[in-house]
Write a protein of this length. Structure first.
Length: 284
């Protein structure tokens, strides 16, 4: 930064720098910054990212740290290898939510709520997502300003199929991007939207070979960085305004209904019997 508040304001408390918070979140993200462009790569043990409750809890704070750092002026978000993200093979929910302590339930809801809210409200710079393959939880990729995808990437909300209301943000993103009627069918039928269809419907901006995906994101980020800082900031806020409104108006309703139904159903999510019913999905 040209202006350093520490040089002018006595008692200035600086935000944590990249070296410090990159070490804190190293188990979940690998970070690289060049000329104001921060690349965030999801990973688990250096391979494709595996989503866990610990990671779910870390995401909201991570977005806040990234947004607090004035040296981050454009963000690129991507995954590792040939998958965007995968679920924990041991299962995220070994027992019904109704068996959990109230504070445990509250923490789970808070983490899911803040994951989306922090991404939308804490990030005030242009965002580019490079979805490098298939995987779950693409909501913050599709809610980025620009989204590129590999040819085998897909986009879906599996919650209803697995026995849970679709309240954590993916359904909300689909409703906003492809319309409520089309989104309803794809959520009820647990249909996957392949990358070429996602491009046609406006979920993503381009489909690129995986080997070219990240390079294109960096090219766009460098193009963006040539514009004045105020212009970049204001443009992102204009382009992301609808997400702020959507989160403020709808997301709490979605998340509360998801958690209420998960507790009231007294069943494990994902429900093994419903997962085994995957053959029935093919009729749709």
């Amino acid at each position: 930064m040209t202006f350093n508040p520490a040089d002018h304001w006595n008692g200035y408390l600086a935000p944590r720098g990249l070296e410090e918070y990159s070490a804190t979140y190293a188990d979940f993200f690998q970070l690289k910054r060049e000329d104001g462009i921060l690349e965030i790569r999801l990973h688990t043990d250096g391979g494709p990212y595996v989503h866990t409750h610990a990671a779910h809890n870390a995401w909201p704070r991570f977005w806040q740290e990234v947004g607090n750092d004035p040296e981050n002026q454009v963000l690129i978000i991507t995954g590792t290898g040939d998958r965007w993200m995968t679920g924990d093979p041991r299962g995220m929910n070994p027992k019904p939510a109704s068996d959990l302590e109230p504070d445990h339930i509250q923490q789970r809801m808070y983490d899911g709520w803040k994951l989306i809210e922090s991404f939308v409200n804490s990030i005030d710079v242009p965002t580019i997502a490079a979805v490098n393959g298939p995987g779950v939880h693409t909501e913050f990729a599709t809610m980025s300003d620009v989204t590129f995808a590999a040819p085998d990437a897909d986009f879906m909300d599996p919650h209803f199929w697995l026995g849970s209301p679709p309240g954590d943000g993916q359904a909300m993103a689909l409703q906003s991007l492809i319309g409520p009627k089309r989104a309803a069918y794809y959520i009820y039928a647990a249909k996957s939207i392949p990358a070429d269809t996602a491009l046609e419907w406006g979920i993503i901006n381009d489909v690129l070979p995986r080997a070219e995906l990240l390079g294109r994101a960096w090219d766009l980020a460098r193009f963006i960085m040539k514009r004045p800082r105020y212009t970049r900031w204001a443009t992102h806020n204009i382009l992301s305004r609808h997400w702020k409104k959507t989160v403020a108006e709808d997301f709490g309703f979605h998340m509360a209904h998801q958690m209420l139904a998960n507790v009231a159903s007294k069943s494990v999510v994902p429900n093994p019997e419903l997962v085994a019913d995957s053959e029935a999905r093919k009729m749709f």
